[in-house]
Structures are given as structure tokens and as C-alpha cells.
Design a protein. Structure first.
Length: 202
């Protein structure tokens, strides 16, 4: 059986973080519903995908204090050696913020999108709208436009796992909700797994 592992930082041991703002934007509650309603009204397609190795795509700001980490034993480094991080790493405080800035800059610069003034995770372009939740992307627009945007994102932000709702009866999980293409438009329902997890917590 294949085994995968992820190198993470011990953010809970990170020094010099007192009073530092690590806020990372998340979509407003109604933004996803607004996009789905827009797609249904205009007869548009909904597409989605997620960025691979998102944090590792983002460079740490050069003017920030340097961050050093102990390398894992598997790296075979000599005793006493440390690594200076150049890119964001899962577990590191501030990684989500750095990735969000990188993703937003890329969408504005490379994809000619404009950021919403009401929701920093919402973007608009000509006949297209996009919503980002951390490393997940949802795109609505004409079918060909959605496909071209997602294909472009595969190159600029390493977006993969691309899915599109094009035929009635198709379903797709987006942000913990089930989106279904219907003859009349789209239907949104809560993921059964999410409901089960909430009930278990209670």
C-alpha cells in the first residue's frame, strides 16, 4: 500500500508571533449561493478544482524576519544544522495568509480578474465569476469560458481535480455542500458527511 507524508512546521513552537495578525480571508456566507444563483439565472456552468501543494507555491515575504526550522531526521542533515524557510509550509503560522496573498495576486495579474469590494475571496471577469476558499476554487460562466479558466489555473496555481456540472443529475461537492445540476438550474444541499460530523460533536 502506498504511503504519503507531508512535511509540516511546528507552528505552536513558532517564536516572535505575539501580536502578529495572521488573518486569512474566507468567503462571505452568501457568496457561494450568489454564484450558484447567477449560474442558474444565466444558464452558466459551474466548475471547481483545488490547488496542489498550495502553501509551497507561496514565497515568504523577504522583509519579514527569517524563519528557521529543524530538518526532519529523514533529511540526513548534520547535527546542529537548520533550514531557513523560503516558502510557506503547512503548520506555519501565517502560511494561509501568505498563500491567500499569492493566489489573489495571481488571479488579478495573470487572469485579468477584479476582486470584489464586498468579499475578498470573490473575483469577477468578463462573463466569469470565481470564489476561492483557501485552496479550493469555484468558477461559473459559459461552459467554454469555465473550462479555459480552470485549464489556465492548472498552470498558474497548479489547480487539479477539475470537475464541471454540465448535465442534469450530475453532483459535485463544493465547500462541504453538494451541488447538483437540475433541469431547472442547480440545487444546493448539505453534505451528509458534514451533517454526521456535526451530530457526532453534539
Amino acid at each position: 500500500m502506498p504511503v504519503t507524508a507531508r512535511l509540516t512546521a511546528r507552528g505552536y513552537e513558532q517564536l516572535g508571533t505575539r501580536g502578529v495578525d495572521f488573518y486569512a480571508g474566507t468567503p462571505a456566507t452568501g457568496s457561494l449561493r450568489m454564484l450558484v444563483a447567477l449560474a442558474a439565472h444565466r444558464g452558466w456552468t459551474i466548475g471547481a478544482g483545488d490547488a496542489e501543494r498550495a502553501f509551497l507555491q507561496a514565497w515568504l515575504p523577504e522583509d519579514d524576519p527569517p524563519i528557521y526550522v529543524w530538518p526532519p531526521a529523514e533529511a540526513g542533515e548534520k547535527p546542529g544544522y537548520v533550514w531557513r524557510l523560503q516558502k510557506a509550509l503547512p503548520g506555519l503560522k501565517g502560511s494561509a495568509q501568505v498563500w491567500g496573498g499569492h493566489a489573489s495576486d495571481t488571479l488579478l495579474r495573470e487572469h485579468d480578474l477584479k476582486q470584489s469590494g464586498a468579499d475578498e475571496c470573490l473575483y469577477f471577469g468578463k462573463d466569469v465569476a470565481m470564489l476561492r476558499l483557501m485552496d479550493d476554487f469555484v468558477v461559473v460562466g459559459p461552459r467554454g469560458k469555465v473550462r479555459s479558466v480552470l485549464d489556465a489555473l492548472a498552470h498558474t496555481l497548479l489547480v487539479s481535480g477539475i470537475e464541471m456540472l454540465t448535465d442534469s443529475g450530475q453532483k459535485m461537492h463544493i465547500f462541504g455542500r453538494v451541488q447538483e445540476k437540475t433541469a431547472a438550474g442547480y440545487a444546493i444541499s448539505c453534505s451528509p458527511k458534514l451533517v454526521e460530523s456535526i451530530l457526532k460533536e453534539e
